[in-house]
Design a protein around this ligand. Structure first.
Ligand SMILES: [Zn+2]
Ligand SMILES: [Zn+2]
Length: 321
């Protein structure tokens, strides 16, 4: 079968690889559609490394070979019985693995998956939409942890795919959203999907957010992925507010003015996947508007190049079978 295989920085190639072995509690899932994530681009650009020969990709849907059912694949394997699993934190499972990072991922014609890692896709959801579930699940996880009150101000730094979904889920939570990005085309989309205020990051963002909110933002999400935006968060949040760092974790926080504010980093967990799929089915979350490019799995390298080229103005690049 064909799969997108990591061979080093700048070298992710479509190669012929052996079919996966279907053992024990696993079933075979035939790939239908997936999307390229910022994490994939970090490996492609050489910022991060993975084992050569590994299949990349962790956000995709397919069809179960045994039942014919369409399913979203959850990219985390976990034991269910360690300290963290028993506390509802399978992301930190002591023997956990992440598909497409430290175990073979989803950009392959077929994947062997445990049944508990498969979430059924309702009829009204297209393959493309079911290929963009990870950032929705992440946004649900982050906003649940931030726990804003109805009417709270939520400032979302970065309006890439993750930021745009944070904006949507913050709206579902009853927040008024301040969307920040350098690119006007992204801010226009943020406005369309419900941001109350859009600020171009070239402006004095701290001053503008303080003007709009009066005292600082109740909650802040860093989804731009730069050191500068991480460092900005402590000046954007109000006293005793909450800050989620999801784009970038490096930086030096000056907490002089952040009295009682809480800061945390976080990653996806499998727990939010069923709700993410349901919200897409109910049209409560719009992932379709985020799709800017489409490629076949055979053209995976072209898909990666497009996703990493700002001149293409990419948001979500979809790969289909
Ligand atoms: Zn991802
Ligand atoms: Zn565990």
């Amino acid at each position: 079968m064909k799969a997108a295989v990591y061979r080093g920085a700048g070298k992710i190639r479509v190669e012929e690889v052996p079919e996966p072995q279907v053992l024990g509690r696993k079933v075979l899932v035939n790939f239908r559609a997936g999307s390229i994530c910022g994490t994939d681009l970090h490996f492609y650009r050489g910022d991060w490394k993975m084992k050569r020969g590994r299949i990349i990709g962790h956000d995709a849907c397919g069809v179960r070979a045994d039942t014919g059912e369409r399913v979203v694949m959850v990219p985390l394997s976990y034991c269910g019985s360690c300290y963290y699993c028993l506390r509802g934190l399978p992301t930190y499972c002591t023997s956990g693995k992440f598909y497409g990072i430290n175990r073979d991922g989803f950009f392959a014609e077929a994947v062997a998956m445990r049944k508990r890692n498969l979430v059924p896709v309702p009829d009204g959801v297209s393959d493309e939409e079911a290929g963009i579930v990870e950032p929705v699940a992440l946004a649900l996880h982050v906003l649940d942890k931030l726990n804003p009150a109805v009417g709270d101000w939520a400032t979302v730094l970065g309006q890439g795919p993750i930021g745009l979904l944070m904006t949507q889920v913050a709206r579902l939570k009853g927040c008024k959203v301040i969307a920040v990005d350098l690119e006007d085309y992204r801010l226009r989309l943020a406005e369309k999907i419900g941001a109350a205020v859009c600020i171009n990051a070239r402006e004095d963002v701290v001053k503008r957010v303080r003007e709009v909110t009066g005292r600082g933002s109740d909650v802040v999400v860093e989804a731009a992925g730069t050191r500068g935006t991480v460092e900005q968060t402590s000046f954007l949040v109000r006293k005793a507010g909450r800050v989620a760092l999801v784009g970038e974790f490096a930086g030096y926080l000056d907490l002089e003015d952040a009295d009682d504010a809480l800061f945390f980093t976080t990653y996806i967990s499998p727990l939010e996947y069923p709700l993410a799929v349901r919200l897409i089915a109910e049209k409560a979350v719009d992932v379709k508007s985020l799709i800017t490019h489409r490629f076949k799995l055979a053209d995976f390298e072209k898909a990666l190049q497009t996703a990493s080229d700002p001149a293409e103005k990419p948001l979500k690049v979809i790969v289909t079978a």
